[in-house]
Design a protein around this ligand. Structure first.
Ligand code: URP
Ligand code: ZN
Ligand code: ZN
Length: 472
């Protein structure tokens, strides 16, 4: 049951080599330099499948550490199910997702865990793990954190935003961080000052400013920078490792980069939307169109220079991971909930399918190296979330989650082009990528090849994660 990927360039964060990759069943068994006959002189003859990767890159499958399939949010539910969302991820070369279980005030954490297993089990095309959102930090939830670590859920998301929904006050944040410092888990933070934002939102609505652009105008960069600073200070106070999700403000990342420079275990994630899209061009689109790009943190003004700075921080290490924060809603009937009141537009953008392509375009544009692309999209998220060795690397013993990427191919993104997410529009309409996902393997099975999907719901397995492997 062997598969041989031959003739390609294997890329890792530390370099690129010409090597054939031999897979047996679900695992990688060998990387063979050209001319290496140690395992036989004609492996191709005995392999069940031979894949020619000449002139292509062979990289570890993408690890998207931030998705929300079927998430109940904003008075509705994210439109991708685990089945449709993981299939779309596969099309884009992502072979692992880590999705968020949601616990709200009054709900029991173990019940929410059971509910998310029920949603995902038997439906996923690729492997998946969970983080736990704690929207109601109390004694019982704090105790559950220890139990979840044993279940392979080793990261907990808290919200400094969304008062009355998921919001934790500073005391709750502090207590959860103290628990994380004890049990070794990672605190993920939605860092926006939600109390201040809610005042700005109410004032804007009172002035009759109801269009989607006001979503961004009422969440200015100061609200992200302030919360980021506070989260870092609380993490320092408690000794908990901290991972700040979906960062979009250059000032917030500057604060984070400074703390990283001082040697603290604080990390930042950004998403393709913050690198490419803006408040002026997308969120500020005429009429209600901008609702397509309402997400939090918000898209920021290009005139303020956030996008270029985020790319710079990706190059220099201020930011460690690119995830999608895939949280799709259809325009019809979902985004439309906010007609006449921008604060009722469900927050989220769909992009699980496009992350590898969009960040590869950064390689083409000279923003990051090929190696850094692999590091940001696969290897570091695997290490950050306790999956490395099995995911995020091509080496003997690792799961054979592999993407063959064609730098000479082209990918047109758009609703009528490449688009497999369960949404009635694309937030990435018109983007053209100078590269293409050619072939995707998940645990040794070919799931994308020749522009066709050959995976199946239920192939994807639950990943019991270890503690972060990225801490100093
Ligand atoms: O707008 C966003 N980011 N929606 C998803 C939920 C979250 O805060 O990550
Ligand atoms: Zn968030
Ligand atoms: Zn999110």
């Amino acid at each position: 049951m062997t598969t041989l990927i031959r003739g390609g360039t294997v890329v890792s964060p530390t370099g690129r080599v010409q090597a054939d990759v031999l897979i047996d069943g679900e695992r990688v068994v060998a990387l063979l330099a050209p001319g290496d006959t140690s395992l036989g002189s004609n492996l191709a003859a005995s392999a069940r499948i031979v894949i020619d990767a000449t002139d292509k890159y062979v990289i570890p499958g993408g690890v998207d550490g931030h998705t929300h399939m079927e998430m109940p949010f904003g008075g509705t539910q994210a439109s991708d199910t685990f089945e449709t969302g993981t299939r779309a991820a596969a099309w884009g070369g992502t072979t692992t997702i880590i999705d968020f279980i949601v616990q709200r005030k009054g709900e029991r954490v173990p019940d929410t865990l059971a509910a998310w297993h029920h949603k995902a089990n038997g439906n996923c095309a690729i492997d998946y793990g969970f983080h736990q959102i704690l929207g109601g930090v109390d004694d019982e939830a704090l105790k559950a954190m220890d139990e979840l670590v044993g279940e392979g859920i080793t990261s907990f998301k808290l919200f400094m935003a969304y008062p009355g929904v998921f919001y934790s006050d500073d005391g709750q944040v502090l207590r959860a961080m103290q628990r994380a410092a004890e049990n070794g888990s990672l605190i993920m933070m939605h860092a926006e000052n939600g109390i201040a934002i809610d005042v700005l939102v109410a004032q804007a609505l009172a002035r009759g400013e109801t269009d989607p652009i006001n979503h961004g105008l009422t969440r200015p960069w100061e609200t992200e920078a302030e919360a980021t600073h506070r989260a870092i200070m609380l993490a320092r106070l408690t000794g908990a490792p901290l991972y700040i999700v979906h960062m979009s403000a250059k000032q917030a990342v500057a604060t984070l980069a400074q703390a990283r420079g001082e040697g603290w275990n604080v990390f930042g994630e950004t998403c393709p939307q913050y690198l490419y899209l803006s408040l002026e061009e997308q969120l500020g689109a005429a009429g209600f169109e901008g609702a397509k790009w309402v997400c939090s943190t918000p898209l920021r003004a290009r005139s303020e220079g956030h996008q270029d700075e985020l790319w710079r921080y990706l190059r220099t290490g201020g930011l460690s991971v690119v995830s999608t924060d895939h949280c799709p809603f259809c325009f019809k009937e979902q985004k439309e909930l906010g007609i006449g009141d921008f604060s009722k537009i469900p927050n989220g953008i769909g992009g699980v399918e496009h992350r590898l392509d969009l960040i590869y375009q950064g390689v083409v544009d000279g923003q990051i190296s090929l190696e850094r692309w692999v590091e940001l999209c696969s290897t570091t998220p695997a290490r950050m979330f306790g999956l490395y060795g099995r995911k995020g690397v091509i080496e003997p013993g690792a799961d054979a989650d592999i993407v063959i990427y064609d730098p000479n191919g082209r990918t047109g993104i758009g609703y009528a082009k490449k688009h497999h997410m369960q949404m009635d529009y694309s937030a990435w309409e018109g983007f053209e990528i100078q590269g293409k996902v050619d072939t995707v393997l998940s645990r040794g099975s070919v799931i994308i090849r020749d522009d066709a999907y050959s995976g199946r719901a239920g192939h994807g397995q639950y990943l019991r994660r270890g503690l972060s492997q990225y801490l100093t």
